[in-house]
Design a protein. Structure first.
Length: 272
């Protein structure tokens, strides 16, 4: 990705409210997200690619991203529709294979598509899709999902022992000196919100998906993080550690999600 395109993508996200009104009227997507909400979302840090903004915006990029998500890629078609697995709003399904994409850092999503295409992150489904996407399509669909507001729903599935959940919280907050496991907050932020542009949010992500990824790093199957940090950490974790920290983050409220709730709802009786 050239720096010019990198900057260009960031600018587009800032300009959604200026040129996307017609597309919103023509296609009711993402739960009827309106212009006002899109404009407000542009102030959320994780939406941006965190690039220096200099180039003029290209309003077609977000529309292209929406088109790719709906199955309109140049070399694909309906069989490559992102919404089939990740949903129109990017909520995934919690199976462990299909994560949430809504509100994830745009550059992080773009990097994952490149890694799928190159084989750095092998996946039977995603590798084939990413290979067929053009460079502009990868940028555009990443920007599209990054611009969607993070959903405000509970991703936790089933029950978990309180002691195990507490251990997960401890690993997240301070790690384990005995096992040499650093605290997750060191990179993923104090509330699991991530550190855009390169570190994803964990708060509110599906536990099954996080467990799967930690296991893939542990087994050396996934090998696309900087300086093999995640692989080194995962290899020090037991199966119990992995489940504990994954279940913990699935139950953490992501502050970015709260920004998607209108103020009137937050002030309503019984709102938390």
């Amino acid at each position: 990705m050239t720096m010019r395109n990198f900057r260009k993508t960031a600018v587009v996200l800032l300009s959604l409210g200026m040129g996307f009104g017609v597309a919103l009227q023509a296609q009711d997507f993402a739960g009827g997200l309106g212009n006002a909400e899109l404009e407000r979302r542009l102030g959320v840090e994780s939406v941006l690619f965190n690039a220096t903004i200099k180039d003029a915006p290209d309003d077609d990029m977000i529309e292209l991203g929406r088109l790719v998500a709906m199955g309109g890629a140049e070399n694909g078609g309906s069989g490559m529709a992102c919404i089939t697995c990740h949903g129109v709003e990017g909520h995934g399904d919690g199976s462990g294979a299909f994560p949430r994409l809504d509100g994830q850092a745009g550059w992080y999503l773009y990097k994952q598509l490149n890694d799928y295409a190159s084989g750095a992150r092998p996946n039977r489904v995603m590798s084939g899709i990413a290979e067929r996407l053009t460079e502009p399509e990868r940028e555009a669909v990443s920007a599209y999902y990054a611009a969607l507001p993070a959903g405000t729903f509970d991703t936790a599935r089933g029950r978990i022992d309180g002691t195990l959940l507490q251990w997960g919280g401890q690993l997240a907050a301070v790690g384990s000196a005995e096992k040499g496991i650093p605290a997750c907050v060191n990179c993923h932020g104090p509330q699991g919100t991530g550190l855009p542009p390169s570190v994803p949010y964990l708060a509110g992500q599906y536990a099954g998906y996080m467990e799967l990824q930690l296991t893939l790093w542990q087994d050396g199957v996934r090998d696309n993080d900087a300086m093999n940090v995640m692989e080194a950490i995962a290899r020090k974790m037991s199966e119990e550690d992995i489940r504990a920290v994954s279940e913990y983050y699935a139950r953490v409220a992501n502050p970015a999600e709260m920004e998607a709730i209108p103020a009137r709802e937050l002030d309503a009786p019984g709102a938390q």
